[in-house]
Ligand binder design. Structure first.
Ligand code: ADP
Ligand code: MG
Length: 760
């Protein structure tokens, strides 16, 4: 770490500022604060469109005071000052106190100060002011209470300068907190810029790259991103720092790729006439072109003595499991073991059942004789073993023994596979299903259970735009299955708005009945388990924000599995229909029984939480009803509906919502109903949710490290940086000749992330 960047802040900005910055922003070093970039820049002349302000978030806005009045409080001592502000710089008309909404032209906002003497004295009509606070809704109008403010026209903190120049100077707006306003952050950073020796900052960019791109010198970039004198200034500064960010990240990933590739793995060559060959002969269908092509790639990579590290992306239903199973069989043929890691117990159990079913006579039950060491090839069949945390102790011990002795050729399980006391005889391949639930750290724990670095296949059905794949899964090579097996019926999706059509509530159940009478089955998905829980959201998904949760339901109870089951048992349209609940809090045995009943078509209608989101495969299910569908993220909805229409029967998905047409959260539903193209949806998803979630939530659950980079917007930059990083690391795998880049990698990644990148 460079001396300058690693410095504590205290000496440079003073003790009080340093402790405020640490407390509210969690930043303790010079580098950290220099890299705390403005979120945007405001022009002194331009006011902030009030109708576009987000609710319930800390915002910074520029506005003009329209009117101000102060009155005494009746019941208590003190006064109330009401200030009306506008985003209309030219308006001289009467204040409009009415509701403001999108599209209503110029907006006004009412601000209330309790005993706000400074507000009363300073917020005079006509003045332009920067406010900072949380916008809330008062009935039909928007308002702010006791916000912090800062007069724009007479700014004592600005250096004396030519008024024209001052007018053109953009004002940086920093991501602020309730306790630390944008302008106090700005002041502290201004002090830092004056005290730190910017010219001593190391430049992580190779000179050739900086020259090629005509980037600003690094010191200049830091100065101008924080204190630009014009729009051109901050744009040029951002350009360099954004590319720098992309290169540092891509170099980190390229280095990890190089480290992984340099490791020595056991080659698992295909056998001439082993289990895989036998399996292919008995397959009841032909592989799709994509399955065959990816299968070939995997076969080749598994046969090499450097570890495969591959991400397999494929739409819901594209047949990833067969691809993975064939890879596992190749490894078993070569004398190794394969582990399949699933995100939930339900999914692990499903995989276990369906893989054993698919293998048919090629799968064998545990033998009681203790010759497990003979390996999985015994009798031309492989032992498939399930290992989950909630298995009875005896069965779990037995499964662990089989994994450790090598008797089990394929071990399927959940997180339980990660626990310390699980060992393998010779783990050759790890398959991680539905990656979005697993972090890189967990992948690494499993990797550490192999004698030599194992081959790794990560499968995800959540389609990932190319640049996200490059960024989040940049340490893996990517394959895509973009073709669905023939005979897959289309799913039609409809938004059912109960707000405009309350009568549809009944229609949903008679529609379900029609499906059941035709011999098919129905899923009903609810956002909660019971009426008193916090829902059964699965981690790592785009969840509705806290703001959504507060404002959407309007006090109405969200559909819960318990309540819906009770309701449906009384529902006339469903009289006599066997139905049952399914959720994560049921006992494992009950859960398995519920799934088995549904799979065997004994239950016709399953009321469930999102535990059925991934992987569950019941071909006879044709209708999915998602209640309070606005509670789910786009990719979650897309995953969920992939559970129907799997058996050649056309599927239908009803997205039921109580939200009014045009509500922002209904946009997600419209997007899902409009297309079944997962890649298009995931772009839509990224647009609708906050960028920061991408790295953080999908990986370690930590804070996103992306600052200036936006994975959708900056595809070209990311691609260029990836190519540059590849070249740099290709010629200098340990970055010995690029020490400043190596340092920047260490600094950029938080300690947690760095830990996994280093481990390799
Ligand atoms: P996903 O990619 O969503 O995990 P699965 O692997 O569960 O998809 O496959 C979905 C279904 O399609 C399974 O029932 C599987 O047996 C079937 N399937 C897979 N490949 C083919 C194929 N080439 N032709 C026909 N059916 C297939
Ligand atoms: Mg699957």
């Amino acid at each position: 770490m460079s001396a300058e960047l690693g410095l504590g802040l205290e000496r440079l900005i003073g003790k009080r500022s340093a402790s405020a910055i640490e407390k509210h922003l969690g930043i303790t070093t010079v580098g950290g604060l220099l890299n705390y970039f403005p979120r945007r820049y405001l022009n002194r002349g331009e006011l902030t469109p009030i109708s576009e302000l987000p609710l319930d978030e800390e915002v910074t806005l520029f506005a003009r005071v329209l009117s101000s009045s102060t009155r005494k409080m009746h019941t208590r001592r003190g006064s109330i000052t009401d200030v009306v502000i506008t985003d209309d710089a030219a308006s001289h008309g009467r204040p409009r106190l009415s509701a403001v909404g999108p599209g209503s032209g110029h907006g006004t906002l009412k601000i209330t100060f309790f005993s706000g003497h400074r507000a009363q004295a300073q917020l005079l009509p006509g003045r332009r002011v920067m406010f900072s606070g949380k916008v809330t809704r008062y009935g039909a109008s928007l308002g702010l209470t006791n916000p912090d403010f800062h007069l724009l026209d007479e700014d004592p903190d600005m250096p004396a300068m030519d008024p024209e120049k001052l007018a053109a100077m953009p004002i940086p707006v920093y991501p602020a907190t309730a306790k630390l306003t944008s302008w106090s952050i700005q002041k502290v950073i201004a002090t830092l810029l004056e005290t730190v020796d910017l010219d001593a900052l190391p430049d992580p960019l190779p000179e050739a790259v900086a020259r090629r791109e005509k980037f600003l010198p690094v010191a200049e970039a830091y100065r101008l991103i924080h204190r630009p004198e014009s729009q051109a200034d901050w744009m040029k500064a951002q350009e360099r720092l954004r590319y720098q960010e992309a290169l540092v990240l891509q170099a980190a990933l390229a280095r990890r790729r190089a480290q992984l590739a340099a490791e020595e793995a056991t080659a698992r060559r295909p056998a001439f006439d082993g289990l895989l060959a036998a399996f292919d002969r008995q397959l009841p269908f032909t592989l799709t072109g994509g399955q065959a092509a990816v299968g070939k790639t995997l076969a080749t990579e598994l046969a090499q003595d450097s570890p495969m590290n591959r991400l397999l992306q494929g739409e819901v239903g594209s047949g990833k499991t067969i691809v993975a199973l064939r890879a596992m069989l190749q490894v078993v043929d070569a004398g190794g073991q394969a582990a399949l890691l699933a995100p939930t117990e339900v999914l692990a159990a499903q995989h276990f059942e369906s893989i054993r079913r698919t293998l048919g006579s090629l799968s064998r039950d545990p033998m009681l004789s203790a010759d497990g060491l003979l390996g999985s090839l015994a009798e031309g069949a492989v032992q498939v073993t399930l290992l989950t945390g909630s298995m009875p102790t005896g069965a779990r011990k037995r499964a662990m023994l089989d994994a450790a002795s090598g008797a089990a050729g394929i071990v399927i399980g959940t997180h339980a596979l990660l626990s310390d006391n699980v060992a393998f005889y010779d783990l050759g391949l790890i398959v991680v299903d539905e990656q979005h639930r697993f972090g890189v750290e967990q992948r690494d724990v499993l990797r550490s259970k192999a004698n030599k670095p194992p081959h790794l296949l990560v499968m995800t059905a959540t389609p990932i735009p190319r640049t996200v794949a490059m960024t989040v899964f940049g340490d893996l090579e990517t394959s895509v299955l973009d073709e669905l097996p023939a005979g897959r019926a289309p799913i039609s999706t409809h938004v059912v708005g109960l707000a405009e059509n309350p009568g549809w509530a009944d229609r949903i159940w008679s529609r379900s009945r029609e499906e059941i009478d035709a011999g098919h089955q129905v899923y009903v998905v609810c956002p909660r388990i019971g009426t008193d829980d916090d829902g059964d959201f699965s981690p790592g998904e785009a969840e509705p924000s806290a703001a959504d949760l507060a404002s959407d339901s309007g006090g109405r109870e969200l559909a819960s599995v318990t309540a819906v089951v009770e309701h449906l048992q009384q529902e006339a349209a469903l009289t006599g229909v066997p139905l049952g609940p399914m959720h994560g809090r049921l006992d494992t045995a009950v859960k398995s029984a519920a799934m088995a009943d549904f799979t065997a078509n004994r239950t016709k209608l399953l009321v469930s939480t999102t535990v059925i989101e991934v992987g569950v495969d019941v071909h006879n299910a044709t209708l999915m009803v998602i209640l309070d569908a606005d509670r789910f993220g786009i990719s979650q909805l897309h995953q969920l509906r992939g559970r129907v229409g799997r058996g050649g029967l056309p599927g239908t998905c009803l997205l039921v919502t109580n939200l009014e047409r045009g509500h922002p959260s209904r946009r997600r539903l419209d997007a899902v109903a409009a297309t079944t193209d997962g890649f298009e949806l995931s772009r839509e998803d990224l647009k609708l949710r906050r960028e920061g979630d991408i790295l953080g939530a999908s990986q370690s659950g930590g804070r996103s490290t992306l600052k200036l980079l936006r994975v959708l917007e900056h595809e070209d930059i990311i691609a260029q940086a990836r190519q540059d990083a590849q070249e740099i690391v290709g010629s200098d795998p340990t970055l010995a000749r690029h020490p400043r880049l190596a340092e920047a990698i260490d600094e950029y990644l938080n300690p947690e992330k760095e830990a996994f990148l280093e481990r390799g």
